[in-house]
Write a protein that binds this ligand. Structure first.
Ligand code: AMP
Length: 284
């Protein structure tokens, strides 16, 4: 596995792959890799010839009171996991390389970025789209893989690619979970054993909504009530929002169908977790 740190080396690698006729698959991450990230590598591998994974904890997408400084990092471990999974190239830039002094242009994501995660984390999606735009320009991937786990990010990346006519195919991969249902996340590392036990209530609430929907409840109010009932079993878990929304616009819906996305954000101790399902699929 090749390891690249400079933008010049990354561009040279990408140019060489393309001139050799190889399709490039790209998996952008913030590292501290887990099976969710690695499932995106597999997805990229199935569709392309050369897979590049980036690790960059992007300061632009963290608010001033968020967990940027304590975000988990372990490059040697990530390097071993990526290499064992067959990643061809690892891109690990420094903050100074990505945002040299004076860097100021930002990508404006539009109104979807003001909802849900964006309302809870002002500026978050400006940071996300700015870094994804930069990375897309540097890597020039044919395919880029994102997790359904961060559904609003996925929706906004799709929008950006569509609105700005980018020649890259965005592939979404299902959320990888622990055996008890908890969605894998680098932030799960923050949870102490008690909170880890409590965290399963997020996926339980989503599962309850899915069961109710399959049982014939199509009203969003009914599904939310069912979720809150389930969440009530863990009073220390503080729900930030429950969103029952259209998959394209992420606007709330009153009546649901199989495409409706049900999302939840909650705080457990000092840790903020998110999860979601599409009603037609449920917890997979
Ligand atoms: P992150 O490192 O958290 O920025 O995530 C990098 C990519 O991995 C994003 O596209 C995420 O949606 C995706 N991802 C994170 N957690 C999971 C998971 N549990 N299952 C599938 N994809 C995931």
């Amino acid at each position: 596995m090749l390891e690249l740190t400079s933008i010049a080396d990354l561009r040279a690698w990408s140019r060489a792959e393309r001139s050799a006729g190889r399709l490039i698959g790209f998996v952008p991450t913030m590292g501290y890799l887990h099976e969710g990230h690695l499932s995106l590598v597999d997805e990229a591998r199935r569709r392309t010839d050369s897979v590049i994974l980036s690790i960059f904890v992007n300061p632009l997408q963290f608010g001033p009171s968020e967990d940027l400084s304590r975000y988990p990092r372990d490059i040697p471990r990530d390097r071993a996991l990526a290499s064992a999974r067959g990643v061809d190239a690892l891109f690990v830039p420094t903050v100074a390389a990505m945002y040299p002094p004076g860097s100021q242009v930002r990508l404006s994501p539009g109104p979807i970025a003001d909802l849900w995660e964006g309302a809870a984390r002002p500026g978050h999606f400006t940071g996300v789209l700015t870094v994804v735009a930069k990375l897309f320009h540097l890597v020039e991937p044919d395919v880029a893989c994102f997790g359904q786990k961060d559904v609003q990010q996925l929706t906004l990346v799709r929008r950006m690619v569509r609105d700005l006519d980018w020649p890259v195919e965005i592939v979404a991969a299902p959320t990888v979970r622990e055996p008890d249902g908890l969605a894998l996340s680098s932030r799960n590392a923050y949870l102490n054993p008690e909170d880890r036990g409590r965290a399963v209530v997020l996926s339980r609430a989503l599962h309850a909504a899915h069961q109710a929907w399959r049982g014939g409840e199509t009203r969003a109010t009914g599904l939310e009530a069912r979720m809150r009932q389930e969440l009530g079993r863990e009073p220390t878990v503080a729900v930030e929002y429950i969103s029952i929304a259209d998959p394209e616009t992420l606007e709330p819906v009153d009546t649901t169908d199989e495409r409706t996305v049900v999302s939840i954000a909650a705080r457990i101790g000092g840790t903020r977790l998110i999860d979601n399902i599409q009603l037609g699929e449920g917890i997979r």
